[in-house]
Design a protein around this ligand. Structure first.
Ligand code: AMP
Length: 462
């Protein structure tokens, strides 16, 4: 079995991983770490939840540990660009965690907080600078940072950065970097503009793809409920008030105002909830995240962009209050549950105008999401859902693939143990074994293949 040691990582790093109880590299880690250690450029097609942060952080730490020279003032040795403050914070946390036994300095440069402290911190120089593009440009304009010492550039969630309007900032920054750097480029999807950007920035890259379907869709018990728009608030309240065994729920809305409206209606129903979106201040977002992480807030209502960087284990339920019109976004959303091997639950509330979105999602995931409802009463909905082919707790039910073939076995809602659902590999005709997309794990490909662009309302941190 592959271990972190056999991937070629140094002992202080493997020790930190052992302390974190990471026993086995994830597929993206096994595939990406050796070529990155060897100095290759990399395109990683992977979303949050696949272990992609460690896939770049570990070989970078290894490289820095092997060359312990100090950074020059106002420079960084590694530059990580990411779209949101939340994701930036999580990347820095990962570097701290995995790099606790090596002497590496790390800094976060994000918008929404005063710039002075960042300017002062950069005066000494830093090994790893994690930044959102807008703030980095501001720091560069302030002559707080120069880029001529950057040996490694990481672009994380490149597709999201494109959606958020960062493309010009990224091009400006990249033009200022040394040409002989190593570049690691991560994106959940590869729409044509991203493919073009990657081909301009990378030299002879290794491409590693982990499809989200393998790690997320198969692990999530998905259901959809038909409900008219007016009925959604009451149904959501009923689900969260005890209709479901919710430990921690993430509710998605398409818009920021929608998120606020949902929070208001939940609070009116006596269910504490908080909203998380781009109109909130940085302080507010940090407090909300801390409360969600600690369990003080059980229900978080978020837009896709705001939720993008949320890395919280133990989300038992993802609820799509609105269904996204981009099918890949659905996969990203439900990937928030079923983290680190846990089984999660995804419930989508679907009004009639959203049915075409559901069909598009089913085509993407090659799975028919069980659809019930038309009733605003959760107990009635839940009864209808469970009646056909009712099985005892702990047994499995079968979902059907979009073409009607027996598809996958998922644990039932009533299974108290909620054991990790081990998916059988290589089942003919299943979503996991679709050879054209390498679903089921990892693929080295000459060309990135997953088309389809992510979109979203742009809140642009500076
Ligand atoms: P990421 O995709 O980087 O957001 O990582 C998703 C989650 O998986 C994070 O909470 C990591 O701490 C965790 N993780 C990453 N790699 C491993 C691993 N090899 N074993 C166990 N957990 C991991």
């Amino acid at each position: 079995m592959t271990s972190f040691h056999t991937l070629g990582l140094a002992e202080p790093i493997t020790r930190a991983l052992a302390e974190e109880r990471y026993s086995t590299p994830t597929p993206i880690q096994s595939a990406a770490i050796p070529p990155v250690l060897a100095g290759r450029d990399l395109v990683g097609i992977a979303q949050t939840g696949t272990g992609k942060t460690a896939a770049f952080a570990l070989p970078i730490l290894n490289r820095l540990a092997a060359d312990p020279s100090r950074p020059e003032p106002k420079t960084c040795r590694v530059l990580v660009l990411c779209p949101t403050r939340e994701l930036g914070g999580q990347i820095v946390d990962s570097f701290h965690t995995y790099g606790r036994h090596v002497r590496v300095s790390t800094m976060l440069a994000i918008g929404g907080v005063p710039i002075g402290k960042q300017v002062r911190a950069l005066a000494r120089g830093v090994d790893v600078l994690v930044a959102t593009p807008g703030r980095l440009i501001d720091l560069h304009n302030n002559r707080a940072i120069r880029f001529d010492r950057v040996g490694v550039l990481v672009l994380d969630e490149a597709d999201r950065m494109l959606d958020m309007g960062f493309i010009h900032d990224i091009r400006r920054i990249v033009a200022l970097l040394p040409a002989n750097r190593q570049t690691l480029f991560f994106s959940a999807t590869m729409p044509p503009e991203i493919t073009r950007l990657a081909s301009q920035m990378l030299t002879d890259p290794v491409t590693v793809a982990v499809t989200p379907s393998a790690t997320t869709v198969a692990m999530v018990d998905q259901r959809a409920i038909r409900i008219d728009r007016e009925g959604k608030p009451a149904l959501l309240a009923a689900i969260l008030a005890g209709g479901e065994p919710v430990d921690r729920a993430l509710v998605f809305t398409r818009t920021k105002h929608g998120a606020d409206r949902v929070v208001r209606s939940l609070v009116q129903s006596g269910i504490p909830a908080e909203a998380m979106h781009g109109n909130k201040t940085q302080g507010n977002r940090e407090r909300t995240m801390a409360a969600f992480r600690s369990g003080r807030i059980r229900i978080l209502v978020a837009t896709d962009i705001a939720a993008r960087g949320i890395d919280v284990d133990g989300i038992s339920h993802v609820i799509n209050y609105d269904l996204p019109n981009i099918p890949e976004t659905y996969v990203h959303r439900i990937g928030r549950t079923a983290r680190a091997g846990a089984t999660g639950f995804a419930i989508s509330l679907i009004s009639s105008d959203e049915m075409p979105f559901l069909r598009a999602i089913e085509r993407l995931i090659r799975l028919q999401v069980p659809l019930t409802g038309g009733d605003r009463n959760w107990d009635a909905v839940s009864e209808t859902r469970e009646r056909p082919g009712r099985q005892r707790s702990g047994q499995h039910r079968q979902a059907r693939s979009a073409d009607g073939a027996a598809q996958k076995r998922v644990p039932r809602r009533g299974d108290k143990r909620r054991q990790k659902y081990e998916q059988p590999r290589g089942e003919a005709g299943s979503a996991r074994s679709r050879p054209d997309q390498g679903i089921g794990g990892i693929g080295f490909m000459n060309k990135p293949r997953r088309p389809g662009m992510q979109q979203g309302s742009a809140s642009r941190p500076r």
